[in-house]
Design a protein. Structure first.
Lengths: 84, 179
């Protein structure tokens, strides 16, 4: 994978070392493992709005980057604490 | 932005035996801090999990293991067996950095706190008992928890493991950055 978002290595006495590229879904922050030479449709898609990789679960929904979700959660928390 | 490493081999509590349900190896959560001896409390901070290592530490055999990183709501004043927050300064990769402000626990079962709810998984791997596994994120692709309190929810990440067949203990290490 070009520009992977992570790297996973499994060390198994029988199989030896198994390596996989990963990406982290830009919408839900889930880590996805990439099989070598897999079709992009098999593991998700690239969101054409934020231009980042998203997982299969998020591929059919609209674009809400995880950073935006974090900001919304933190804003809600700040508001809630301001009332206390 | 200090980096920290926590393993579940710390001597705070004994490693928990595996079970058919997930047992928490390591948990970190944003916390405003209400602990007896934190070196510094600077309020809620975002955390980014960027490296995970998992495996087992008993005699090799063929069994199936599952590891997961779940989002969780972790209470601000729970009774957690295995809390390491009071010794948080010892986990900094660079000892010149300040201690983390997060709440962190090792080898705690879900039953050790009443303020605990596991939400959606962010990372998952199935392994043979003989294997060990490492995942490391490229910058910008970390698993992130928000800087919020437990009242808002979704404020932490838990690394857990389970097995229906394996009898023994699991090992886990996480590296995270606090911002």
């Amino acid at each position: 994978m070009r520009n992977p978002g992570g790297y996973a290595v499994l060390i198994d006495p029988d199989k030896g070392i198994v390596e996989r590229d990963t990406f982290t879904c830009n919408h839900c922050n889930t880590v996805v493992y990439i099989k070598p030479k897999a079709s992009p449709d098999d593991f998700g898609s690239m969101c054409r709005l934020c231009m980042k990789m998203v997982c299969r679960r998020c591929a059919n929904y609209g674009c809400t980057p995880f950073e935006k979700k974090l900001e919304a959660i933190e804003a809600r928390d700040r508001a809630r604490r301001s009332y206390e | 932005m200090a980096n920290f490493t926590i393993t579940n081999s710390t001597n705070v509590t004994a490693q928990s035996a595996t079970a058919a349900v997930y047992t928490t190896l390591i948990g970190v959560a944003a916390s405003s801090g209400s602990f007896a001896n934190p070196p510094t409390i600077t309020g809620l901070r975002r955390g980014k999990l960027y490296d995970i290592l998992v495996g087992t530490n008993t005699t090799p055999a063929d069994n199936f293991l599952e590891f997961i990183v779940s989002r969780a709501t972790v209470g601000s004043s729970p009774v957690w067996v295995g809390s390491v927050s009071s010794v948080s300064s010892t986990f900094a990769n660079d000892q010149a950095d300040a201690a983390f402000a997060a709440f962190a626990t090792v080898n705690a079962s879900a039953a050790s706190s009443t303020a605990f709810s596991v939400l959606t998984p962010a990372w998952y791997i199935g392994l043979n008992q003989r294997a060990s596994f490492r995942w490391v994120a490229a910058p910008g692709s970390e698993i992130t928890y928000p800087a919020v309190s437990s009242a808002t929810g979704n404020n932490g990440l838990l690394l857990g493991g389970r097995s229906g067949a394996y009898v023994g203990t699991l090992t886990g290490t996480i590296m995270f950055q606090e911002q």
